[in-house]
Write a protein that binds this ligand. Sequence first.
Ligand code: NAP
Length: 276
Amino acid sequence: MTAHERAGVALVTGSSSGIGQAVAECLAMAGWQVFGASRRGAASAGAKPAAWTPIPLDVTSESSVAAAVATVLEADQRIDLLVHCAGISVAGSIEDVSIPEAERQLATNYLGTIRVIQAVLPAMRRAGKGRIIVVGSIGGLIGLPFIGHYSASKFALDGMVQALRIEIAPFGIEATVLHPGDIQTDISTNQIEGERTGTGSVYHRRFKATVGAYDKAVREARKPDVIAKAVLKLLARRTLPVRAVAGTPSERAGVVLKALLPSRVFETIIRKTYGL
Ligand SMILES: NC(=O)c1ccc[n+]([C@@H]2O[C@H](COP(=O)([O-])OP(=O)(O)OC[C@H]3O[C@@H](n4cnc5c(N)ncnc54)[C@H](OP(=O)(O)O)[C@@H]3O)[C@@H](O)[C@H]2O)c1
């Protein structure tokens, strides 16, 4: 029996960069047959041949998602695992981010996730098994100022996965949401700042200081392979938990404190942390 037969076929979205790329590489090393999907597709593979197959995917397009899933199924007739990492971050105060900008955030992070899940579920149901790991964010457990729509998209994923798990359990399919803390990737370089966040905004100074602090934290954060290892750890479990948090001790402490402390006290901690 080959390693591929042992581990199965995985679709990893967001594989052109950061967390998705690390997950695709790590799963391939662990013996999975990996299809890594992103808008950059094969262009993301670079000069060295990837241990996984890059395919084009835009999660905001119904036809692109259908084509990507069809490519995997044509090659291997099955999808045993979806690790959904594709995502973007839109920054700005709630007042300054326009509705089209907020829609773009949710179209990629929330509806894009649903679109991919809807596309893989029929094959998983036919097989009577499958695992779905959605990459959320600690920002989906704690509302983060000036990236509120990003936080909202990740809170939405956590709530959606809670519902999804119960719906798909009878088909032998499991789902979980993995919430990372800060990870050193291109996420803040790729961040989209709302058009109204400029110097004319009443929020401008606090906005810039806060996203600057987020950017610094990302630049100094742990490398994406820690999330790839967290994915492997989840896959080693007999059953997937409702959610998992992959953070530093202080990030994990933040999540625990939020659950334990009165909301106002926790809010004060967040304000003090970012000088707001
Ligand atoms: N870095 C962190 O600190 C951190 C913390 C918590 C959670 N996360 C989450 O981790 C996930 C990965 O982010 P990252 O940090 O690795 O950022 P990244 O380096 O910017 O990677 C984002 C990935 O998403 C893909 N993507 C974006 N829009 C897409 C679309 N419409 N269709 C298909 N793919 C798309 C990008 O590929 P293309 O541009 O080629 O499409 C890229 O591969 C995101 O969901 C993010 O919210 C990150």
